[in-house]
Ligand binder design. Structure first.
Ligand SMILES: [Zn+2]
Length: 652
């Protein structure tokens, strides 16, 4: 459908004008002869004569209005009078100086009053309101009302360029409502606007040079009656909207953005669709299924072009164009797709290109099972990207490959059972993505563990390695408390710092045996600042931070194991896992986990962290055990098991 924006020819008639009033308001009270009323030389008979009150001439409303072409409606309940003529509705209330003209409130010199059942109104008000001229002859005590038929000559007092609702606009302003006619020239390169009125502006030309207009000039066509002409030179066929202000004294010629060209090219195995708007504008696109289609919305644009010829191709069934919305304007372009296709949308100023090409297809998914790791390799016929989402709670790894086709044979079986001790199964799902169909690969694990992507994009192959040990490649900072000049808690010649270091080194060995990378905040008897300890872990972006301490109490009977944490869900979960496992390993009393917001090392570390108080140095039984090598080894094993349980999500 060819839909050209057509400029509507508009003719605005203005019925009323506001003639200046002759000075009325008589002050003399020489005689008390009745006041006569003449309308256009014809004497009007009224059973109530006009009167002068407080220097205002009050005239009977009904007689005046009806002789001036207005209809009068009286509402006795509301004590209101409504007077209407072809363009005005006047609402008056008895004894109220407020009145409305076409809904706009005005204040009268004197309120309407009732005398002998007749509504009397100030002469000046009613005369002005109904568009008449009113004269007072003091000697003759006569009111003469001239019904003014000729409209006041308009002057164009403003000719400028600005924006209206974000669109470039030429504004013509009159001193009274303007009457105009507009049309676009045959070859659509000019807009001509004829306005009844004379020119009263200094600048006769506007040089604009925006995306729509080159210039606009105003000139006089004739003197009597005055007629002015505005000619706007357009840059090609530009849609234009003409509107006026509410009082019709301003005319707005607005130029709107449009989709003015669309063409399709086929080259090699690509289809490119080029869309041209008059000026750069916002676009938005998305993919919909059933049937598969790409939707492109062009904001702030009118449709000014027909659907293009679509040559035979493998990707697009058809292209549909429509004006999706007006005010604000949106053009919608729908590409009905034939198959899984790859598309890219580019925008360079006012040029929008959509390039359709063959989608890359996943051809193979291989699983290699080993003793300590399993590897899943996804092979495609071109570069593919991915997004990996671990789900510890569901013991899953989800790999989403966006905008990709899948070999039909692969989708025949939705779940591949692996059961190699690390990977239980691999599920394949074709899911609707934001841009296209995505392939989702869900790896179901025996227990949540560590993993690594062994390929870097862009690549036609993605290799996901899943390790049996949840500690594989994890970076863990072990922090033996105190040291150097700070012995920590003491009992006789037993010092906390020595026990902490020994357990810490044992933890390090165990973690490393399971594949972790361990950094000690100290591995000998030296002083290390608390902030430095946390800073070391933050600097290497460690996965976990474990601080090892021995407790002390004023009461020698205090005994057992506790783990302190900074209030944070992950830090709490880590503390819980270590506490549980450590108590199980060494058998001391379970004092539970304790929230301690003030501890520097757990507060300042940005990764999950916990501070273990293995036992009490001040308790004879605890101390005797802590001095035993095998007990400290068990404590280290308990801590490491707790770390593993935290990493695998085994919090039971
Ligand atoms: Zn300590």
């Amino acid at each position: 459908m060819l839909k050209k924006a057509i400029l509507v020819l508009m003719l605005i008639s203005v019925f009323l004008c506001f003639p200046s009033l002759a000075k009325a308001a008589p002050k003399s009270k020489t005689a008390e002869r009745p006041i006569e009323i003449y309308i256009n030389d014809k004497k009007i008979e009224s059973d109530v004569a006009p009167i002068i009150m407080k220097s205002r001439t009050m005239v009977p409303l009904r007689v005046i209005s009806e002789n001036l072409g207005g209809s009068v409606y009286w509402d006795g309940g509301e004590k209101t009078v409504r007077i209407t003529n072809s363009s005005k509705t006047i609402l008056l209330k008895i004894n109220d100086k407020k009145a409305t003209i076409n809904g706009q409130t005005v204040t009268l010199d004197a309120p309407a009053i009732i005398i002998k059942d007749r509504t009397m109104v100030p002469l000046r008000f009613i005369g002005e309101s109904l568009g008449a001229q009113v004269y007072w002859d003091n000697d003759a005590r006569r009111v003469t009302i001239i019904r003014q038929e000729a409209r006041q000559e308009a002057s164009i007092i403003g000719f400028s360029y600005g924006t209206l609702n974000g669109n470039p606009t030429i504004v013509l302003k009159g001193d009274v409502p303007l009457e105009y006619a507009a049309e676009q020239t045959q070859d659509k390169d000019k807009i001509v606007l004829d306005i009844k009125g004379k020119i009263a502006v200094e600048n006769n030309a506007l040089y604009i040079y925006d995306d729509y207009i080159e210039k606009a000039v105003i000139g006089s066509v004739q003197q009597d009656p005055p007629l002015s002409r505005v000619v706007v030179d357009l840059k090609g066929d530009v849609p234009c909207e003409i509107s006026t202000s509410e009082d019709k004294s301003s005319i707005f010629v607005s130029f709107v953005n449009a989709l003015k060209n669309i063409n399709v090219n086929i080259e090699d195995s690509k289809v490119s669709v080029n869309l041209v708007t008059i000026k750069s504008t916002g676009i938005n696109y998305f993919f919909l299924t059933n049937p598969d289609r790409l939707v492109l919305d062009i904001e702030n644009a009118l449709l000014s072009v027909a659907s293009p010829e679509l040559p035979e191709n493998g990707y697009i069934e058809r292209i549909r164009l429509g004006q999706f919305a007006v005010n604000p304007n949106t053009v919608r372009v729908v590409f009905d797709l034939k198959a899984d296709v790859n598309y890219q949308v580019f925008q360079d100023k006012n040029n929008i290109s959509v390039i359709f090409s063959e989608v890359n297809t996943v051809k193979q998914i291989n699983v290699e099972s080993g003793k300590n790791s399993s590897a899943i390799t996804i092979v495609a016929d071109g570069d593919i990207g991915y997004e990996l989402k671990p789900d510890r709670a569901n013991r899953q790894l989800s790999l989403v490959i966006p905008g990709v086709g899948v070999d039909k044979k692969l989708l025949e079986k939705e779940t591949l059972d692996i059961n190699d001790g690390i990977v239980k199964s691999v599920e394949l799902k074709k899911v609707k993505g934001s841009k296209n169909y995505d392939l989702q690969i869900i790896v179901n694990l025996n227990s949540f563990t560590s993993y690594e992507l062994a390929t870097t994009p862009p690549s036609s192959e993605i290799k996901l390695v899943i390790y049996k040990s949840p500690l594989q490649n994890k970076v863990i900072v072990v922090d033996p408390g105190h040291g150097g000049s700070d012995p920590g808690a003491c009992c006789g010649n037993v010092q906390e710092k020595d026990l902490n270091l020994d357990i810490g080194l044992k933890v390090k060995d165990l973690l490393e045996q399971r594949g972790a990378k361990v950094l000690m905040t100290r591995d000998k008897d030296i002083s290390v600042n608390l902030y430095t300890r946390a800073g070391m872990a933050n600097e290497i972006n460690a996965d976990l931070f474990i601080s090892i301490h021995i407790n002390a109490g004023e009461n020698a009977s205090a005994s057992g194991t506790e783990t302190l944490y900074y209030p944070d869900p992950e830090k709490k979960a880590l503390a819980q896992a270590i506490q549980k496992s450590l108590v199980k390993a060494i058998g001391l009393a379970d004092r539970g986990i304790v929230e301690r917001p003030g501890l520097v090392v757990t507060r300042e570390t940005r990764m999950p962290s916990a501070l273990v108080e293995v036992g009490f140095i001040t308790n004879n039984n605890d101390r005797a055990l802590l001095l035993r090598e095998d007990f400290r080894q068990k404590a280290a094993e308990g801590i490491v098991n707790g770390i593993m349980n935290y990493l695998t999500g085994k919090l039971d």
